[in-house]
Design a protein around this ligand. Structure first.
Ligand code: 5GP
Ligand code: MN
Length: 328
């Protein structure tokens, strides 16, 4: 029996489900959750989507019926404890659910992880992890097609398309394969409007946020003979522009636009530490570099969070460690 059939059996043979994903969810996280929610609803299952973080404003149109709930222990702990299955989507470790971690670890539910990140934590009862997939949405597409568990209609197509479009950087990143374009093409035949989806997700920037991007771009510095570019955003910057952590999503990609750069880094000062975003080109495995700082992710896009205050020292350390991955 293959993994898809096994997953189908798990869905068919249980009645109550909790769906969750990672802190600061991106479109792949939210859309994968909603796609699974719609699927389980159609199978007449009891299901809730519960997240640690609120849905970012630009993704709210994907949750028209308001099915994504913000975790509240008083409201959700009993539901989570009584769920037969928890679906962890687009995340490889339970700690990435932050405030939900302890209740999720306590629950006796079957823990199912559907994801495309490297090295899932050794705590799940069932893994459908395809690190070659461009998005969790792609894995769900393959699962639905392979098992014929449901028809892909406009509602589901909108979720899968949005997940794939965003996680491939609008069909630009390494995983942009003929297969991904073929899937996207099929999803468009279901009525998804690519211009509208792009516009709703990406052309919603608050002017202040665009100015913060300007500041971040001005901070770009290169190192290691121009092979590394990094930007720094401080708490003072966030305050000045009235921005929050999720507003800087995607900023790091501008480091990659600098000629000859193969590793891009963003150092974001948090209230209680520092978040690093890592990006790379080709075979440079920034997930390994991120792991040295307690993080992880994909080969070309990773992250880490440190309870550290000294950003200058951290920058020096990361660049020092980056040297061995660049290899020249
Ligand atoms: P971003 O830099 O966009 O926040 O994150 C890029 C990728 O790195 C995410 O898709 C996620 O896979 C991974 N990632 C980000 N932050 C963390 C973290 O703190 N821990 C781990 N293990 N992975 C992270
Ligand atoms: Mn993803």
């Amino acid at each position: 029996m293959n993994y898809y059939t096994e997953l189908k059996n798990i869905l068919d043979s249980h009645e109550s489900f909790t769906i969750t994903s990672h802190v600061n969810p991106d479109a792949d996280a939210i859309c994968s959750e909603i796609a699974c929610f719609l699927l389980l609803k159609r199978l007449n299952k009891k299901v809730k989507i519960i997240n640690h973080s609120p849905t970012p404003d630009n993704l709210k149109f994907l949750d028209e019926t308001g099915d994504v709930e913000l975790y509240n222990p008083d409201k959700h702990d009993d539901y989570i404890m009584s769920s037969e299955v928890v679906l962890f989507l687009d995340l490889n470790g339970i700690s990435r659910t932050k405030s939900m971690e302890s209740i999720l670890r306590k629950s006796n539910a079957k823990k199912v992880c559907i994801d495309h990140h490297q090295e899932p934590e050794n705590c799940f009862d069932f893994l459908l992890v395809e690190t070659e997939a461009a998005a969790t949405g792609e894995i769900l597409y393959d699962f639905i097609k392979s098992t014929k568990i449901m028809e892909i209609d406009y509602q589901i197509a909108l979720q899968l398309y949005s997940a794939i479009m965003t996680d491939t950087g609008s069909f630009r990143y390494e995983r942009t394969s003929p297969k991904i374009h073929a899937i996207a093409g099929e999803l468009l035949t279901k009525g998804v409007n690519p211009t509208e989806v792009y516009d709703k997700i990406y052309n919603q920037t608050d002017l202040n946020n665009l100015r913060l991007l300007g500041k971040a771009i001005s901070s770009i510095t290169t190192a290691l003979n121009g092979r590394v570019a990094y930007m720094v955003i401080t708490q003072a910057d966030l305050r000045q522009y009235g921005a929050k952590e999720s507003d800087v999503d995607g900023f790091v990609t501008y480091c990659m636009a600098v000629k000859n750069v193969v590793v891009g880094l963003l150092f974001l000062e948090l209230e209680d530490g520092i978040k690093i975003s890592f990006r790379s080109k080709g075979n440079i495995k920034v997930n390994k570099l991120a792991a040295e700082f307690g993080g992880g992710g994909h080969i070309n896009a990773s992250g880490a969070r440190l309870y550290d205050k000294d950003i200058d020292k951290l920058i020096k350390n990361v660049i020092l460690e980056a040297q061995k991955y660049i290899g020249d």
